[in-house]
Write a protein that binds this ligand. Structure first.
Ligand code: SF4
Length: 254
């Protein structure tokens, strides 16, 4: 595919037409420009033609049709994945776990060492803190769904790179379409910037709901940040109160 914008549009129109002929009616897209306050939800093909942009993140999402898969089907599709370089150092794929019909989903950036060893998300020190936060909300881990943008551990716990998030992000998109939660909580700036397609700081993204598909999305601190700086505990709890209010659940302690 050419890098020229006009050629990209022509190629995408052709792609949309082919997909339509295959019976695919909808494409799931994240907001094109969050800063404008304009949120794009599920777009039909003719709308999609009018809303093209050059962002590679959007290009990735074009591959994620709105066909709703079960989590088992998504896991099966991931298989013994070698789609990006993160497969080279992993012990286990960390798919995510929890309630397949969760009203609330937590999304981090990627598995760490403990998660890689156990094949489960958020089970190390930061994970235990996340469990405490979930419990403090009056919930259990089994009530919510917990996952990451990338399913394999980045070496030395480095941040996932853009190409890795773009490649693996298709599975997160499918998970979120499958679960269709009312609220998504993004833990930390990496996952938040990815899901919101934003270059903004965590501070600028916090404190308000964004839209992701059918869900409301709230940005907050990664539990690992709380381990480094306990001053983040109070603002994080304020964020969780916003979530509980949105879900019309009681706020413990209030
Ligand atoms: S991070 Fe995702 S895309 Fe990359 S190898 Fe693992 S499962 Fe596959």
């Amino acid at each position: 595919m050419s890098n020229n914008r006009e050629d990209i549009i022509v190629d995408l129109k052709k792609y949309f037409r082919q997909q339509k002929e295959l019976g695919i009616e909808y494409f799931y897209m994240t907001p094109v420009n969050r800063d404008s306050g304009v949120d794009e939800k599920t777009s039909d093909i003719s709308d999609g033609e009018a809303k093209l942009n050059e962002d590679t993140h959007q290009m990735n999402l074009l591959n994620s049709t709105a066909k709703k898969m079960t989590l088992d089907e998504i896991s099966e599709e991931i298989g013994d994945c070698t789609r990006c370089k993160l497969h080279e150092g992993r012990t286990n794929i960390v798919f995510g776990e929890g309630n397949a019909n969760a009203r609330l989903v937590f999304v981090g950036e990627g598995p760490g060492r403990d998660e890689d060893e156990q094949g489960r998300p958020f089970v190390g020190r930061a994970g235990k803190l996340l469990t405490k936060i979930v419990n403090a909300m009056g919930l259990q881990r089994t009530d919510v769904f917990i996952c990451n943008v990338v399913k394999c551990r980045p070496p030395e716990n480095r941040n996932p790179e853009a190409d890795e998030m773009t490649t693996c992000g298709q599975f997160l998109t499918k998970q979120l379409i499958s679960i269709n939660p009312e609220v998504i909580v993004c833990l930390g700036s990496i996952a938040s910037k990815y899901l919101l397609n934003s270059k903004g700081s965590l501070g600028s993204m916090r404190g308000k709901f964004h839209t992701y598909g059918n869900s409301k999305l709230l940005v907050t601190y990664h539990p690992a940040a709380l381990l480094r700086n306990p001053n983040f505990k109070k603002p994080l709890w304020e964020d969780m109160k916003i979530v509980l209010k949105e879900l019309q659940l009681p706020i413990p302690g209030d």
